[in-house]
Design a protein around this ligand. Structure first.
Ligand code: PEP
Ligand code: MN
Length: 341
């Protein structure tokens, strides 16, 4: 249930509503808009309704949120879009985030070189995995803590905020020391204890859609993070599994306008893992920007043919300037500006 407070409702009135909501075992999430304050009462709807909050001082009206996800729903923000600030780079609204970097942190040289090139060519943030979810347990699993140190160095050299994946709750402290945005990978989208933990960690989260998850399941996963009081969640479409085998995954670009209708959260597209081939990454990136995505997360490598992981889909550093320039042009047509500082 959404409790919309009157314009000018006092702190005292807001506090009193929160107390009553919590008093019936529900949680209250306050969303402070420019003019209005909205309190999201999450829990048993009948109990909130039984409070008879209509007519309570400061309360304007109540709106039931019909979707199973509440805090993630566009209703919760009354159509206002969430804008996430990552060290001055904005994601959402009129801002477009270009997140670029290697699939995997492989070495110090590779990480610093890719970071330098993307930073000199308009990237908003640096991506790179130190902990890698691999289909085969025999494949390279990432450099772990050492990889995090290389990312830290890349951040110090370029100033770019770092987006890196967290796979295991046991690594949360190490990862959040370096990460500016915590990536939850497609395979962990429904790891609910991990989602709650990153919710509590308080850093912005980039949440990837599961390989065969519906948009509703993705939004329910986001709800786990939001419910912990962490409002900064980016939803990421990265391709889903369909009957089509001609490419790695089917990039579901309709997810962009659909998610933007269902939710106030920014929507990022990962064209790399769907395409699986670098020559398809550019057209799908442009298509995503044209569809209204709030950003792109793309894999870039200085020596793609030598890459340990996902080389065929990596944009070579040599081509990144042109890639970024075209993407910026399409983002502008869609009414957005790539956010850098
Ligand atoms: C990645 O970003 O490198 C990755 C493993 O992505 P996903 O979880 O979408 O497969
Ligand atoms: Mn990858």
């Amino acid at each position: 249930m959404m409790i919309v407070m009157k314009e000018g409702a006092t702190e005292e009135q807001i506090r009193s509503v929160v107390q009553r909501v919590e008093g019936v075992g529900c949680s209250a999430h306050i969303s402070q808009g420019e003019v209005l304050t909205v309190i999201g009462a999450i829990g048993d709807r009948d109990r909130v309704a039984a409070l008879g909050l209509e007519g309570t001082p400061g309360v304007d009206h109540l709106v039931p949120i019909l979707k199973p996800y509440k805090l993630a729903s566009s209703q919760f923000r009354k159509g206002e879009r969430t804008v996430i600030d990552v060290d001055g780079r904005k994601v959402g609204g009129d801002n477009f985030a270009l997140i670029a970097g290697p699939c995997t942190v492989e070495s110090r040289e590779q990480t610093l070189e890719v970071a330098r090139v993307v930073s000199e060519n308009g990237a908003s943030m640096l991506r790179g995995g130190a902990y890698k979810p691999r289909t085969s347990p025999y494949a390279f699993q990432g450099l772990g803590a050492e990889g995090l140190r290389f990312l830290q160095e890349a951040k110090e050299q370029t100033g770019l905020p770092v987006v890196t994946e967290l796979m295991d709750v046991r690594d949360v402290a190490d990862v959040i020391e370096v990460a500016d945005v915590v990536q939850i990978g497609a395979r962990n989208m429904q790891n609910y204890s991990l989602l709650s933990e990153v919710g509590r960690a308080g850093l912005p989260v980039l949440l990837k859609r599961g390989l065969s998850s519906t948009l509703e399941e993705l939004l329910m996963a986001a709800e786990y993070v939001l419910k912990e009081g962490n409002e900064d969640v980016m939803l990421c479409e990265r391709g889903i599994r369909t009957f089509e085998t001609a490419y790695r995954f089917t990039l579901d670009l309709l997810a962009v306008p659909a998610l933007r209708e269902l939710s106030h959260l920014p929507v990022i597209v990962d064209p790399s893992h769907a395409a699986g081939r670098r020559d398809w990454v550019q057209p799908m990136s442009l298509a995503a920007a044209a569809a209204g995505a709030d950003g792109i997360i793309v894999e870039v490598h200085n020596e793609p043919e030598e890459a340990i992981c996902d080389g065929p889909q990596a944009v070579p550093t040599d081509s990144f300037a042109e890639y970024a320039e075209q993407l910026q042009r399409v983002a502008e047509v869609a009414g957005k500006v790539v956010s850098t500082v």
